[in-house]
Ligand binder design. Structure first.
Ligand code: SAM
Length: 277
């Protein structure tokens, strides 16, 4: 289990709470000149985020959806902002203070009072969600559960808090993908020579790193078969691949959008699991 060997859950949680206090997406924010949290700046960030992950739109509830939605793993809050802007009542949970503060701030922009925002967005672990059984109509978790150190437990928690017939949408990093194959080949010399950071650390760094260049403390990768097994307690499960890196062929950057269709379906780096309880 890359990134978690020999470490206890409390250490993983503490590492995550510290690392993710710098909002995930800060690199993208800087790239589009966003350094404050005004509604205009956040709208610019959100446009950049959705432009980079254009397929995400397909996984979001219809505009007319109603009921309660829980998001787990909030980052800069783009998905939360979209979920909270429609007919759903939004709730969020994250292990780090930074993303929780950002999401409460965003709810403020949407007219939610500070006390209510505090109740609706909580500092909590995906592994111990502070909600009663069968509460939510939807659960969203994009790019979070593979950092928790225990994906099956996090999925069991999502299932527990979903109503029967409720829908979970979870993005997990794929164990087998064009990116993984490329990185395995790229890292081979240092692995053979046992030089530099471990393959595990290099992988974690490639997927998530802070502005200071530190790799995320814990990252796991899941195959399609494993994802189906982990979500086996749900009534239906669909797994679809998305996302590709921008290929560089002899210094020529090929537009990434060309690869977000069938190439991503075959070898994309992220698994989107849609499961109905
Ligand atoms: C890679 S970011 C993704 C954020 C956002 N969903 C997005 O798409 O930009 C991972 C998020 O998961 C949160 N996280 C990590 N471990 C967690 C845990 N055990 N429980 C809850 N949230 C966690 C981090 O604090 C961070 O906000």
């Amino acid at each position: 289990m890359p990134g978690t060997v020999g470490r206890d859950q409390a250490a993983i949680d503490a590492g995550n709470a510290a690392f993710w206090n710098e909002l995930c997406g800060t690199r993208l924010a800087r790239a589009v000149g966003v350094t404050d949290a005004s509604p205009e700046s956040l709208a610019r960030y959100d446009a950049a985020y959705m432009g980079f992950y254009p397929y995400l739109d397909r996984y979001l509830p219809d505009a007319g959806a109603s009921g309660e939605v829980l998001e787990i793993g909030l980052g800069y809050g783009t998905v939360g902002q979209i979920l909270a802007s429609g007919g759903l009542t939004y709730h969020g949970a994250d292990i780090a203070e930074g993303p929780v503060g950002m999401m409460r701030h965003r709810l403020g922009h949407l007219g939610v009072g500070p006390e209510q925002a505090e109740d609706r967005v909580r500092v909590a672990s995906a592994l111990e969600l502070p909600y009663e059984d069968e509460r939510f109509d939807y659960a969203y978790s994009i790019g979070c559960l593979h950092h928790t150190g225990d994906i099956p437990r996090a999925v069991a928690e999502i299932r527990r808090v979903l109503k029967p017939g409720g829908t979970a949408v979870v993005m997990l990093y794929a164990k087998h993908s064009a990116r993984q194959a490329w990185l395995a080949a790229w890292n081979l010399p240092s692995r053979l020579l046992r030089r530099g950071p471990s393959h595990d650390e290099r992988l974690r760094w490639r997927y998530d790193r802070s502005l200071g260049g530190e790799a995320a403390p814990t990252t796991e990768f899941t195959s399609v078969a494993e994802a189906k097994r982990i979500f086996g307690g749900f009534a239906t499960v669909q797994v679809r691949r998305e996302n590709m890196d921008e290929p560089v062929i002899w210094r020529l950057h090929v537009p990434r959008t060309w690869f977000l269709g069938w190439p991503a379906r075959l070898a994309g780096r992220d698994l989107y699991v849609t499961a109905v309880r």
